[in-house]
Design a protein around this ligand. Structure first.
Ligand code: UTP
Length: 292
């Protein structure tokens, strides 16, 4: 079945990035010349996605505005003959009817945010993108995930990468049954295990292709790790009922822009790879001296 819908949960509080995220949504932080959420939407578009569902919350209207028209800005750019800028602004708009914004009233966790779109997605597989994870590389990560889904068939798929043993407690971790170097089949998934109890160091990052059965398996009455309704808790019952869970070792580099360190790294790498910023970046770095 073709994957036509992508879901972008953007209702989190972004507490690791305070105070920057007090009044500005985390997903509107900039990498390069565009906000995180635009990177994610562009990745989804490049993978052939046609419907974009955003799970937003109070104080996140900047996201909606970003993908809408801004008539004053566009008129002014046109009057001043700023064609390139006008094209940049217009090209990011989502076509009428292609974007849906719904609210998660309380930040109860990623599992709950996904559950909120159950009536909008319906009975078809869908992509899920967490915009605070930026994945850079030649092929868009979501396209790689859809390719894997097309090749291997029904199941739940997440992008995975191996992390440092002492970082496993930050991630959902796979208990691996089979691993051919690209596709990892999991027996189970454990959310944020202690390093001493972790079944592996193969960790989930923020790209998924999910089976619609997920909506029935998210238990909105069960608060898991970190007192949140965890998406990973929905996978175990599905695996037990025969829906396979796969990790895709994607090609590319992931940056966790929900943390200051990851966001900084993403900006430096982005500037290094951009024609108009590389020289300036290298010149700036050369002028820096490490203090004793
Ligand atoms: P995170 O846990 O990384 O985001 O969730 P957060 O909760 O905003 O960040 P911290 O931990 O407080 O710093 C991953 C994604 O899921 C969304 C977030 O907006 C983010 O894009 N999310 C999380 C929701 O939409 N709703 C929630 O209840 C929790």
């Amino acid at each position: 079945m073709k994957i036509k819908t992508a879901v972008f949960p953007v209702a989190g509080l972004g507490t690791r990035f305070l105070p920057a995220t007090k009044a500005i949504p985390k997903e509107m932080l900039i990498v390069g010349d565009r906000p995180l959420i635009q990177h994610a939407v562009e990745e989804a578009k490049a993978a052939g996605i046609e419907r974009f569902i955003f799970v937003t919350s109070q104080g996140k209207t900047a996201i909606e505005d970003h993908f809408d028209t801004n008539q004053l800005l566009e008129r002014t750019l046109a009057e001043r003959d700023k064609k390139k800028e006008l094209e940049k602004v217009q090209s990011l708009q989502l076509a009428p009817g292609d974007a849906i914004f719904i609210r998660q009233q309380q930040p109860l966790g990623l599992g709950h945010a996904v559950w909120c779109v159950r009536n909008l997605v319906g009975n078809e597989p869908f992509a899920l993108l967490l915009a605070d994870d930026i994945i850079m590389g030649a092929a868009p990560c979501t396209a790689q995930m859809i390719d894997a889904y097309t090749k291997y068939g029904r199941g739940n798929y997440t992008a995975v990468m191996d992390v440092e043993p002492d970082h496993v407690s930050r991630y959902g971790i796979l208990d691996i049954a089979e691993d051919d170097g690209f596709l990892v089949k999991a027996r189970h998934v454990v959310e944020k295990p202690k390093p001493s109890e972790s079944p592996s160091r193969t960790a989930i990052v923020g790209r998924y292709i999910l089976d619609p059965m997920t909506f029935d398996k998210i238990n909105i009455h069960k608060f898991g790790v970190s007192k949140e309704i965890q998406l990973t808790d929905a996978f175990r019952p599905m695996i037990d009922e025969g829906v396979p869970f796969y990790g895709v070792r994607f090609a590319g580099q992931r940056y966790d822009c929900g943390t200051k360190e990851g966001w900084l790294e993403a900006n430096v790498v982005n500037a290094y790879h951009s024609d108009d910023m590389q020289e300036h970046l290298l010149k700036t770095l050369k002028t820096l001296r490490i203090k004793d």
